[in-house]
Design a protein around this ligand. Structure first.
Ligand SMILES: Nc1ncnc2c1ncn2[C@@H]1O[C@H](COP(=O)(O)OP(=O)(O)OP(=O)(O)O)[C@@H](O)[C@H]1O
Ligand SMILES: [Mg+2]
Length: 199
């Protein structure tokens, strides 16, 4: 195994992007791909009978484009490894993929070396979301009429997942979340190093 791919998923405003950026600052040779960069244009987003734009579903995302961005990263990482002739864990190219709908998308299933899922309670989620301005902005009733029900649906679908997911309490401080995940990753990377030595 020549790369290490980390998935950070979870509820909207759970702190996915914040955690990914904090990790990237401290992990060597680490790139981040954000699922939010792959939303289709508003003109291609479906609307339900209540007039709510259906953004919180896989169909709203250009997942083929995201997959090809990931493939490009894999390809260039392989080249960089060949050129530096590196076999040590410190230099393993690390990719963090962060987004709200990662573990429900089958083509990604075999990619993860470590998976995290941030949760926060309904009230805190609604409060944090109300402080943000999205493009397009949330309309009144959008959180309860679309965002939260879709989150519950996707979380329920995740019950069928066969690999380990580390659930994170998103109400912890930014620093505590960073430390928890960083320490866990150091252990996981060390395990991978063992695998490389013994295989
Ligand atoms: N551990 C934390 N404790 C309190 N607030 C936090 C924490 N992490 C992030 N936040 C705040 O919550 C909001 C959402 O953070 P962030 O953008 O990282 O979440 P996200 O899960 O990526 O959200 P989105 O659904 O928009 O992608 C921001 O205002 C951020 O400052
Ligand atoms: Mg985000």
């Amino acid at each position: 195994m020549k790369t290490f791919v980390i998935g950070i998923s979870g509820v909207t405003n759970g702190g996915k992007t914040t955690l990914a950026k904090n990790l990237q600052k401290h992990l060597p040779n680490c790139s981040v791909i954000s699922q939010d960069d792959f939303f289709k244009p508003e003109s291609e987003i479906e609307t339900d009978t209540n007039g709510f734009l259906q953004y919180d579903v896989l169909e709203a995302l250009n997942m083929e484009k995201m997959m090809s961005t990931i493939s490009c990263w894999m390809e260039s990482s392989r080249h960089s490894l060949v050129s530096t002739d590196s076999g040590s864990t410190e230099e393993i190219p690390i990719l963090i993929i962060e987004g709200f709908l990662l573990f429900n998308y089958k083509p990604l299933d075999t990619l993860w070396n470590r998976s995290y899922f941030l949760t926060i309670p309904y009230e805190e989620c609604k409060r944090r979301r109300s402080t943000r301005v999205y493009k397009p902005p949330d309309v009144p009733g959008y959180f309860d009429g679309h965002v939260w029900p879709m989150y519950l649906k996707h979380k329920q679908e995740m019950e069928n997942i066969t690999w380990e997911i580390v659930y994170l309490d998103g109400t912890k401080s930014e620093e505590d979340l960073f430390s928890q995940v960083y320490e866990d990753l150091i252990q996981e990377l060390a395990k991978q190093k063992c695998l490389q030595v013994t295989t």
